[in-house]
Each structure stands twice: as structure tokens, then as C-alpha cells.
Design a protein around this ligand. Sequence first.
Ligand code: 6R9
Length: 635
Amino acid sequence: MALGLCLCGNWTSVRLLSVSTREPLLVPLTVWGKVITNTPAKSACFFFFLILLNALCEYIASWQKEKNVFLNCLDRHALSSPEKVALIWEKDEPGSEVKVTYRQLLEMTCRAGNLLRRRGVKKGDCVTIYMPPCPLAVASMLACARIGAAHNVVFAGFSAEALAERIRDAQSSTVITVNESVRGGKVTRLKDTVDEAVRGCPTVRQVFVAMRTDAQPSGILQEMMSEDVVCEPAAMDSEDVLFLLYTSGSTGKPKGLVHTQAGYLLYAALTHKYVFDYRDGDVFGCVADIGWITGHSYVVYGPLANGGTSVLFESTPIYPDPGRYWEMVERLKINQFYGAPTAIRLLLKYGDQWVRKYDRSSLRTLGSVGEPINKEAWEWYHAVVGEGRCPVVDTWWQTETGGICIAPRPSEPHAEIVPGMAMRPFFGIKPALMDGEGRAVTSDDGSGALCLTQPWPGMARSIHNDHQRFVDTYFKTYPGYFFTGDGARRSEEGYYQITGRLDDVINVSGHRVGTAEIEDAVNQCSAVAESAVVGCAHPVKGVYAFVVLKQDAREAGLVAQINDSVSDKIAKYACPDHFVRRLPKTRSGKIMRRVLRKVAEGDLDGLGDLSTLDDPATVQEVIRGHRDLAAERRP
Ligand code: 6R9
């Protein structure tokens, strides 16, 4: 089965790659058009098809001439409107934003590209970027694209160990970082983390440091000053690697998903334009960190490919107070705001006054991403933040998909939006729901494992260093389909609602993390014999660790010890909220996570079939432990 659509070398044809052999099969360009005509929104189909064809032709033309992602994102806009603002760096202190025009960004990027080239970075290398959102981070990403190197952005909240693991797997010889990051008024010495990480990375030859907290340009910025502002772009094939991005899988080892040049850029740009109704002159405010795929596609590549103005948000939703987002919306006149449900839920608790205080009349579209948005949060976002006049687009997608796959928009104008539902597949996305027997659910009003039945341009092409894992993870469970790992429901009207992960990956504060990764960190505490981590419903985040202690271990200080270990090995946000002590297992020794999840959620009627349990008494113990803990914590 051929799965893996991409746009080849000179963009004159579309080819399907066989995922198992990676042999290209040439098919005509109209294939993606055909995909669109198969989408449910038949009435809007022809119109969408024309838009898409037009966009494809535009990109084909530009790629034929230029053959570089960078030129599509910068040169053509710097030429046509050099003084247009490309990035607004919304620094931690409100009111201290810095605007960067397309001309300035082009110059900064060319200088960075020349510096990297002069210091030996070549086409095909991979540069690790460990930086908070700032113009130089974007310029570094684009400089890599310009000279044909892949970038590997690692979220700057990750620990030294997590960073080292990603540098080693990507075989990076160059790392770019900042001396210190500033977030929520707190200064963190990122360079120290990098120093600690590279001690365990023999491949690293050089580390460039930007001085975020120095008044004068020094470090990499100073080195860049002596570089030329013209940098010859590397000629790239549409299927050359653009970047690696590590994400959690259901084993302890993160996967370096591989995205390539043309298909990814096209998909990021199209979804950015049509899902959010982005128009020329708009200010796009995606508050995600550049270390996640959302930052890649909707802070950097989508907005810049469309010649837009994109906000780079360095702060937190509650710094200096819970009005931060909306004060920023007023000050920067943001037209599209794109954030995570976890932040919306947090702000909802602080009350409406923090929102109403500021003028939000510039807002036209509100977006949500990262996890299911509950009805209460959706309604607050719509009614209070958007004053009931902005469509709320709950966008479902993944690092693997490169861009938004299911969202309420685009649609016919004023088509209904159901709270908490991602609803409509994007152009060319054809979902299927699979039942327990591996058959596609044909009826509407059904649920199952969410798969995508046809390739789309933005899909990841491989897992770095492990193509077999890519094939096994995404294409083996349901042969012939791309398995997303999520469950979904399809309503009578044919709308999709995502119900959550089916595998052992959980969402913590909108970040994806494998339960196995947290378990690895918990298990490294000397007192711990074994552990099981599950996600549970919680207003802001929810990680629940079930911990079995070694026989002679003492409990004192255990919670602090476990939290320290998780924040050292992964990141602070992944720290568990609760602990109990016994694990229910099947006779084959598999931990029954389903049961633990229900206990953590307090749903004792929904424990389901316990017949395969090795020792049913463990469940009662877990329940008792959970009750005691809850009582202990009750104020
Ligand atoms: C973009 C991003 C992907 C996982 C995905 C799913 C969850 C993302 C969602 C959503 C419900 C939405 N997810 N968007 N669940 N509704 N609108 O978040 O990528 O970090 O790879 O996470 O996030 O479980 O499979 P990534």
C-alpha cells in the first residue's frame, strides 16, 4: 500500500511513496485534487479544489525557480514588502516587544547561515537549537533551511539529560542556545544545561551562545555582525529533510520525526491561511513555544510562508497577571489567537474581569490545540474572550501530521460549530474510525481508533534512524491506514470529536509525554521498586503516579525525591500530582492501566472487566490508598 504523499523535485508531479520500500510511484498532480473531491464537504468541494490548485501552482512555480524553503518564507516577501513586520517578539515584560521586518529577518538569517557555513555546517547536517522563542531562534531555524542543514529544536524546558538524548540521536555537531532564558520574571541559565548535556555528547563540536540577558550584542550575534548579508541558498529537493522534531512515543525513547521541505511548507501555509482565515495585514498570535510542532507550523513556517506577521511569545499566561494574553491582544492588535485548553482552563478560574479589562475587538478567530477542550472552557473562550463573535476552531493534529487535519474551519461561511468538537477534515484528509476487529466503522454516530486513509503533503516521512519504527508505529496496527493513536467519535452529522489517546501517551498542560518516560524517571529513585503513570482528568494538568516502594524503603521525602527526578530527567511540567502504592497486574504481568486511570479519575463504577487480574485484592488496595491520599490532601 502506498502511503506518503509528497511533492517531488521540481514540483511538477506528485508522487506516492511506498512506506515500506520508500520507492516513489509517480502519479499525476491531480491526485491531491482527487483527494479533495472525496471529502465530505461536497458542496464546497469544487471551490476548495480551485483554491488548492491555485496554491499548488503558485508553489510549484516558486519551487521550480527557487528550490528552497527559505526563499519561500523570506526572500520573496523581503523583496515585495521589505518593511513589513515578520515577527513581533513579545518579550517577557509586557510593553517591551521588538518588531522585526522581513528585510531584517532576511539579513539576520543570511548572516547566521554564513556563520554556520563558515564554521563547517554542511547540507545534510543537523543543528540542535535549544532556545526560547526569540527572533534569533527563528533565524537559526531558517538559516539551517537556507544552507540545507536540518534543524532539531528542543523545547528549552527540557532537562540536560533529555537534551543530550536528543542531540545524540540527531548526531548534531552544532548546538545553538542562549545564555539565559527569561520567563514569567524568572531567569534560567540555559547555557549551564547545555554544558551539562554536551558533556555526554561526543558528536558536539561547537556551541553558539546568544546573550539574551546582555545589553550589548555579544556571543553569536556579535560573530554574525562580520558576516555578509547575502547567503547563497542551497538547492534542495522537495523531499530533502527540513527538520527533525522529537516527540514522545509509547516507549521510553522519544521519536525524532522527520519532516521534509515542500510538502510540509505547503501544508503549514495552506492550513494557516484557511483554518484561521488569515488575511494579508493580520497579526497572528500563536502562543505556543517554538520547541513544539505548533510553534514550528503556526509561529514560524505557516505565517512566514504566507508573508504574515507572527507573534513570538516568550512569557506565560499569568505573568505579570492573568490578563497577560488579552493585554497583549489589545496592544499588538492580534487578529487570530491560538492557544492551549490548559491555559484557557487556568485563566477561566481567575474570572472574567481579567479579560473584559482589555479591548479585544481586533480578534477574528480563536484557536485551540493540544488536547480536547472541554465544553466549559470552550464556552468561556467563545463567550467571554471572543464576545460571542469569533469562531472558535478546535484544531486536531499531531507532530506527525505537520499541520491541522481536523478543524471546524474552513467550511461554508457561518456553518455551525459544535463546542468541543474538531468537526471537519481539512482538504484532502479522509479519516476512518476502526473498531476492535480492525474494520472501519461505516455508520455515522460511531466511535473507534482514528486513522487517516490517504496521504497528505504535511505528513512526517520517517523516524530519524529508525524507519522500521515509523512503519511499525503508524502503519502496522491497521494495515493500509495511518494510525494516529487517538480515539474519536463521529456524530450523526459526520463531525469528528477526539476522545483522547488510546496508547500510553498523555497530555500534560498541553505537552505530549509518554507515561513510560515518566515511569523511567520515577523508577530511578532509590526507594522505588516499580511504578505506573497514567493521565487523569484534572482542571489544569493530570499525571498520576502509582508507586510501589522497595521493602525496606522509607516514605519520608519520597514525593520531593520523585519530583526532582522527573524534573531532572524530563521537565518540571511532567511531575506527577499524586502517588499511591500498589499496581494491579494481569496474569501475564502487564499493568492494568485502564483500571488505574479509572481509580485516578474516581470512576469506580467504570473499572470494567477485572477477570484477567492476577490478584483482585490489589485493586481494593489501590482504591483505599487513593482515598486516604485524597483525604490527606483535602484542606
Ligand atoms: C499539535 C499537537 C498530538 C496529540 C494528539 C492528541 C492531542 C492535539 C487536539 C488533541 C484533542 C485537539 N491533541 N490537538 N486532542 N483535541 N484539538 O498537539 O501535537 O504535541 O504531537 O500532540 O495531542 O492526542 O495525538 P503533539
